[in-house]
Design a protein around this ligand. Sequence first.
Ligand code: ADP
Length: 746
Amino acid sequence: MNRIGVMTSGGDAPGMNAAVRSVVRTTLDKGAQAYAIYNGYQGMVDGGSKITPFSWADVGGILHRGGTIIGTARCNAFRERAGRLEAAANLLKNGLSKLVVIGGNGSLTGALLLQSEWSSLLSELVEKGIILAETAQSHPHLSIAGIAGSIDNDLPGTDISLGADTALHRITSAIDAITDTAASHQRTFVVEVMGRNCGYLALMAGIATAADWVLIPESPPNLDAWEDKMCSVLTHGRKIGKRDSIVIVAEGAQDRHGNPISAEYVRQVLEDKLQEDARVTILGHVQRGGSPSAFDRNLGTIKGTRAVEALIEANGSGLSALIGLVANQFIRADLKTNIEKSEAIHNALKEKDFATAMKLRGPGFKESFATLRTLVRATPHEHPKESSKLRIGVLNAGAPAPGMNTAIRAAVRLGVDRGHSLFGFYNGFKGMIENQGEFLDWMSVNGWATTGGSNLGTCRHLIEGRDLYAVARTIEERELDALIVIGGWSGYQAAQTLNEQRLNFPAFDIPIVCIPATIDNNLPGAELSVGADTALNVIVEAVDRIKQSAVASRRVFVVEVMGADCGYLALMGSLATGSERVYLPEEGMDLGDLRKDVDMLISGFRQGKRLGVILRNENSNPTYTTGFISRLFEEEGRETFEVRRSILGHIQQGGHPTPFDRIYATRFAAKAITYLEQQVDNSEPESICVGMINGSYRYTPLHEIARQMEKEFNRPKVQWWLDLRPIARTLAQPNPQFNHNSGVGD
Ligand code: ADP
């Protein structure tokens, strides 16, 4: 029988538990045996009870927990051959030569070393009589599937490592809170975030919190007198009305001579040069802790499944893979190549070859840094040339989505910085019809990066009949050269209408860019829309709380989530909370399904289950409503469990945007401005929606988007995330073929 071991090693990272759960349950689902190795390499060296078979139930109820339930450690013994010899002996005692290693750079380097020495270690063990020759022969190779777990996000081979998104959540909420107090006292705060060799957290937190200055290891200030430059930016900010200033310093920040720049040094500089009260906050270990974000839970879950699949497919042939998420695709990258690349970055940093370090981090990192540099400016560049300026209208459309304000702010600042003027319309297209709005200058969007809702106002208004004349008049009166629409499907449709009516209304002959912003994530041309990540986190936090409320009872919760005709929130919410079942509009449901689900629940509760969660998308079936399903389950499960329903409702559209939504909103706005500049001299300007597909920005022409939508339902014909359904099904219910107890929790 196949045996697969899983371990977590090095620094702990939120999401490791999701990965362990997924590795164990996927292994069991395939009829193989799962082993946990406690405390990383220390457990491997110690052996005994530190390497133990794990059951389905052993990984129940852990998705929401931070840290790692199987422990992690730093192990010096493993750095020596003698320690690795012990480790190999202990693995073989348990019949293990297939491992999922979840950890950082050091842990994965250790795994590679063990793999390269495997046959010589085994020969030595046979020679010493510790293992039999047959045992060595039946495990000729050590197979490894690595999962990068590191809040620093410092590993190549994956766009993001486990824990980085949660760390960004912790950092942004801390900085949001600090900003409030900084503004109250007109104070500057210097915030140190983790990242000894990698500025990812500092850079992304800088974008997400609208910080005023950011110092990262990969791109030291290119001036010797960078302190003066920083102070002049902060002073300028104060002069134009900013009450708070935030400087973010990565742990490993340095100047271009390689001298460390500490948060304390920055504070001293600010105090000396600005005669201003500055405070230091070192965020420290709060960045590692706490419940994992929805993204990290799903990242750990999916990578865990893919790791087991890779090991089983490789069939003991000595796999050496890093399970990466690259361009929104889960891939098997070569472990060695990526560890070498990681070393190359470290060496480049050591040798102060910052250009190489920045290049090796990849284009997304470089581009984000360039965007940040513009956004942190206290005032825009001077633009003497009137002729090159564009007059750009901006508006929100559709239901509110967290991140709409962030996108407006970025469009305004990036646009104004390039010499354009931005006019914001109130209440979506209604504002265009009524010609209501205001010019937005640099400071008018101050503080907009972090707030939920829509400060300009938004509405779902489709443009028809006389509206067309009114909108045309507004465009002419405001002399608009271009339009940016940030919103959902109704916004896209309105933009499309203007585009189609160009022959009748010459005023509409301007380029329009739509930026996807809806919690439903139901837009063509974009794999993810701004707002969906925030809504998903709201759902996950709510379900966590709902589960806690049921500690003393045997209860099934039917939780209804938004999404209209798109099941994205329901499915991803189900994966992240480990719900027993999810009802999606894409699949629908019939009475037979409900019957099976009731039976599944009754059998689970009879075997000891205490809690069940069913997630239902609001439009999954018009007849089998949340109320109907709850009543049906209540009636059928009368003797075994109670049923409660919970309709999460509009809390899903509110709240501060998550770091992910803020970063995407900013990036899309940057792309929108660049696109409009390219179109200005085009005699037939094309209107588009911007999005990210397979990791690249895409501009999809508006006339094409209708073809990409399912006519009957407001959702794209092709939805990438539907491929994740088998994982949700596998991890929620044990495979009866292998006789696992189904009476356990999530
Ligand atoms: P991380 O995996 O988070 O980078 P560390 O660098 O501390 O954390 O590595 C975790 C563990 O991996 C170490 O305590 C050690 O047991 C093992 N390890 C790290 N580097 C090596 C190496 N070069 N050779 C052998 N083992 C290593």
